[in-house]
Design a protein around this ligand. Structure first.
Ligand SMILES: *Cc1c(COP(=O)(O)O)cnc(C)c1O
Length: 449
């Protein structure tokens, strides 16, 4: 069958995520037949470089031989088992490895099945901790402006992206929102560090003011992903940890997007030298293979739930596929690759290659900023470089970038007026150079007229 046949069958039955389906009248979906490394291939032999790791999940390429082998073994051993009352090797091994590689003190692993579900778990656990400890008034959460934490109702409530959230507002719990340290808004000449410190004053004030009623502060460490890859300095997290300690409020680190090396360290929190009370991981956790997420917390939280059954303090939360053996085994193989191949070190020259290749964008008349944190590089384009005036969103210039790049064999997915690269770590320096060249042409195509 050729692409067209799949496109027709798809249109008859599928409703795609995060999509105005009417767009597909003019912009057909791309049926993918197979993947290998950074490349995806359709049914007519066209290839697409996956510059966004298929929504930030893939770390070591599609059809990675090492992960494939691990999964084949697992498949013939145990595909799934209930995780209440039962356990299995893959879930235990992955939990051991996560405790080993995540920041200090995070010693207990709770499994869920998607990023959003992990956020729900962390919010409920933090709230429930304070209930169990007798601090019944600690029921609220503080989140940053421009934040994204997923789309189930609890996770959506702590998001602050208008277009995802507004319509659902009547369904959502109220959250205290604090301005983002997003360094795009710093003054000219001001460093990321100085701006992040300056912005922290509002956070400190809010925590101090609401400490009695707040369970936790939730942040995406260093990079606000869906919020257009806006970035800030680690010092903000260092200050936040200290304030949370001072005012007795939990810190939830949503490393669903930034974990597993994306920011240049295994976890973004490392750059601030901090350990959160809860860390949420998903996306890269299974190497981009299977839906899986975890929340890690420390013993003090665990102990608040650990009691005689009759006291009814247990954490009653579950998903049918919690700790699925296949997904966990993919996770184990993924961490083994990090360790055996010293990936964090190996990524340093790749991050540098990204920086070098995109240098010329800085002088482009439609580029407001090129910013980078580790293996994430973003290019913010504007109508007028000097005034900072943006293109009207209705013009959908991002879609033009997407379409042009796709026609050349490059999968980008700009968010609003931000083009970004978050490639699998198996990309080569030559592929980076090619990817950036195509992007240069795509940008020029999109900003004209
Ligand atoms: C993707 C993402 C989520 C939600 O994960 P899903 O698996 O899509 O539910 C939450 N937080 C951040 C920071 C994310 O990037």
């Amino acid at each position: 069958m050729n692409n067209q046949a799949f496109i027709q069958r798809d249109a008859a039955v599928l409703w795609h995520p995060c999509t105005q389906m009417k767009d597909h009248e003019t912009l057909p979906v791309v049926p993918i037949k197979s993947g290998k490394g950074v490349w995806l291939e359709d049914f007519e032999g066209n290839r697409y470089l996956d510059a966004i790791s298929s929504w930030w999940v893939n770390l070591f390429g599609h059809a990675n031989p090492y992960i494939n082998q691990a999964l084949k073994e697992q498949l013939d051993t145990l595909e799934h088992v209930i995780l209440s009352g039962m356990t299995h090797n893959a879930a235990i091994t992955l939990a051991e490895k996560l405790v080993e590689i995540t920041p200090a003190n995070l010693s207990k692993v709770f499994y869920a099945d998607s990023g959003s579900a992990a956020i729900e778990v962390a919010l409920k656990m933090s709230f429930h901790y304070w209930q169990n400890r007798g601090q019944k008034q600690k029921t609220k959460f503080i989140a940053l402006d421009n934040s994204y934490h997923g789309e189930t109702l609890g996770a959506l409530a702590v998001c602050n992206l208008g277009y995802f959230k507004e319509i659902y507002a009547p369904l959502l719990m109220e959250v205290i929102t604090v301005p983002s340290p997003d360094c795009f808004h710093r003054e000219t000449g001001e460093s990321w560090r100085d701006y992040s410190i300056r912005r922290f004053a509002e956070m400190e004030q809010t925590i101090a003011e609401h400490a009695d009623s707040v369970a936790a502060v939730i942040v995406e460490p260093l990079v606000q992903g869906a919020g257009r890859m806006r970035m800030y300095d680690p010092v903000y997290l260092t200050l936040l940890r200290a304030a949370c300690d001072k005012y007795n409020v939990h810190l939830i680190a949503d490393e669903i997007a930034v974990g597993f090396g994306r920011t240049g360290t295994m976890f973004a929190c490392e750059q601030a030298g901090i350990s959160p009370d809860f860390i949420c991981l998903s996306k890269g956790l299974s190497g981009g293979y299977l839906p899986l997420s975890v929340v890690l917390t420390h013993d003090e939280v665990y102990q608040a739930f650990y009691d005689d059954y009759q006291n009814l303090t247990a954490f009653l939360h579950s998903h049918s596929y919690c700790g699925n053996p296949l997904a966990c085994r993919a996770g184990v193989a993924t961490i083994e690759i990090f360790q055996q191949q010293n990936i964090i070190q190996k990524n340093i020259p790749l991050a540098l290659a990204l920086a070098t290749a995109t240098e010329r964008f800085r002088d482009h008349p439609n580029v407001a900023e090129v910013r980078q944190t580790g293996m994430i590089l973003a290019i913010e384009f504007v109508k007028n470089k000097h005034t900072g005036e943006a293109f009207a969103w209705q013009e959908r210039r991002n879609l033009k970038v997407y379409q042009y790049a796709l026609s050349k064999g490059l999968l980008l997915r700009p968010i609003s007026n931000v083009i970004y690269f978050m490639p699998p770590y198996v990309i080569t320096e030559q592929e980076i150079a090619w990817m950036v060249d195509v992007t240069w042409d795509a940008l020029n195509f999109a900003v004209q007229g």
